[in-house]
Write a protein that binds this ligand. Structure first.
Ligand code: 6PG
Length: 261
């Protein structure tokens, strides 16, 4: 359907390399239009491999990384030094290797940095709202009221075999949460169990959503996500960017793409 694109790639490695190239080019184009650019990162295999590919690509030198705003779609609520932390993995893969502006790298709080999950959620929501207000104050053409989240140019989403996106899991409270930008997740079926996630409303405020997935174990989730299933049961089917939604997948994950598409 409209502005939904499906692009199968021959392998995981090719998918990560082209997604890296795509993101570099997109950030560069947005920077030349607006001066800065904003990306929301994802954890998971393809998401992190993409960041590694960016760091290794000579093309990444074209981007002014000091003017890229980084946010996270979700993170695992673990200690700051845990290898499970999406931020730590992203730092190791990319952020430690490029000249970012630390003030533009927006990290979800680790479990040893706050009293509890609610505080981590509240802090991230406040950080999003602050950035949104700043943008709103600097923009003459902005709406009457400040939005609660800033503009996201590209939002990356990994995909679970159960069709979860970020930390919004099927038939759990998070996927239904409305009226706030960030949600805390307990009892995640994917370990670790405690997580912080953007809500679906926040995710869908992005200009472009890029769903990245590889492997035969993702084929059913891709098929259902594209078939227009109920988002409560199939969270990925609810992800829809303002301008574009891209399914960047490998051939194994594309095995059950509905033929009508
Ligand atoms: C997380 C993720 C999650 C992930 C998918 C896909 O924190 O675990 O953000 O949404 O992207 O589960 O992960 P894999 O590609 O590793 O299966």
């Amino acid at each position: 359907s409209k502005n939904v694109r499906i692009t199968p790639h021959p392998s995981f490695d090719v998918l990560a390399a082209t997604t890296a190239a795509r993101l570099i080019t997109r950030l560069l184009d947005v920077q030349s239009e607006r001066g800065e650019a904003t990306v929301v990162l994802t954890g998971g295999s393809v998401g992190i491999a993409t960041l590694r590919e960016i760091a290794q690509s000579p093309a990444h030198l074209a981007v002014d990384w000091s003017k890229v705003n980084f946010w996270f779609g979700d993170d695992r609520f673990v200690a700051a030094d845990s290898a499970d932390r999406n931020y730590g993995q992203a730092a190791e893969a990319l952020l430690n290797h490029i000249p970012v502006d630390p003030a533009r790298v927006h990290i979800m709080a680790a479990s040893d940095e706050v009293a509890d999950l609610d505080e981590a959620v509240a802090r991230y929501a406040a950080e999003l709202a602050d950035a949104a207000r700043q943008e709103w104050e600097n923009d003459d053409a902005s709406p009457a009221e400040a939005p609660v989240v800033p503009r996201f140019d590209v939002l990356l989403l990994g995909l679970g075999p159960d069709a979860h996106i970020a930390s919004l899991f099927p038939e759990m409270a998070g996927i239904r949460t409305k009226g706030c930008s960030v949600v805390g997740v307990h009892n995640s079926p994917k370990p670790p169990p405690t997580r912080v996630s953007l809500t679906l409303e926040t995710i869908n405020s992005a200009q472009e959503i890029w769903i990245v997935a590889a492997g035969a174990d993702k084929a059913a989730a891709v098929g259902l996500g594209l078939a227009g299933a109920n988002a409560f049961q199939v969270p990925a089917s609810g992800a829809r960017g303002v301008n574009k939604t891209m399914w960047l997948i490998d051939e194994a994950a594309a095995a059950k793409v509905p033929s009508a598409l």
